[in-house]
Design a protein around this ligand. Structure first.
Ligand code: FE
Ligand code: ZN
Ligand code: FE
Ligand code: FE
Length: 199
């Protein structure tokens, strides 16, 4: 043990700077591209949700195709239109900051969409699948609500008024979509899906 420690010290002595900067156990080392301030963290968040919204324009039509309730199909279709507008809004935010709109893969949204697809396989077409689609969709809306709430707050702190205003509009749309899904579930689908249990 002693010998090994000595060896390492000798090896490290060539890089003096690194020996003084001891890594704390369990603390993840940052990449060289790591955000140095709130502006960069804000931009990273914008890139993440830009990717997520684009992914949703592909996932929502699949959900609508698999839904049977006219109210649910309507809710999803309406939100697809809103999602397309949200993408434009994000592009306007990038532009207002003098930045090129860039998408960076959102691992969370990829996972949420994956989960939505497996719910389709795990349910028969009809009210039960509809209930599953609502469940998956609301997880997505909640992720978006959390994201836009944070980004709007960042924009406010940074004094990016235009960005904050645009993010607030989208945040309200996400909340509206979530509320609409709850209404569809409570008013019809969940009750009918529960009836299926007895058959
Ligand atoms: Fe969205
Ligand atoms: Zn995301
Ligand atoms: Fe993400
Ligand atoms: Fe949404």
């Amino acid at each position: 043990m002693e010998t090994k420690d000595k060896k390492q010290t000798t090896a490290k002595s060539t890089t003096a700077a690194k020996t003084t900067e001891k890594a704390k156990a369990g603390v993840t080392k940052a990449k060289s591209s790591a955000a140095s301030g709130l502006t960069e963290l804000f931009e990273d968040g914008l890139k993440d949700i830009y990717w997520a919204e684009k992914a949703l324009t592909k996932a929502l039509p699949l959900m609508a195709k698999n839904a049977t309730s006219p109210e649910l199909i309507d809710a999803i279709t309406n939100h697809l239109t809103e999602t397309e507008e949200q993408i434009v809004r994000l592009e306007q935010i990038f532009e207002s900051m003098g930045k090129k709109a860039t998408a960076k893969k959102c691992d969370a949204m990829e996972g949420l969409i994956e989960e939505g697809k497996s719910i389709l396989e795990e349910t028969e077409v009809g009210v039960v699948r509809d209930a599953g689609i609502i469940a998956a969709s609301q997880k997505i809306e909640h992720y978006e609500i959390a994201t836009y709430g944070t980004l709007r707050q960042f924009a406010e702190t940074l004094g990016l008024t235009k960005a904050a205003t645009l993010l607030e509009i989208t945040l309200d749309e996400e909340k509206g979509a979530d509320k609409k899904l709850t209404e569809v579930a409570v008013n019809t689908i969940n009750v009918e899906a529960a009836d299926e249990d007895e058959n």
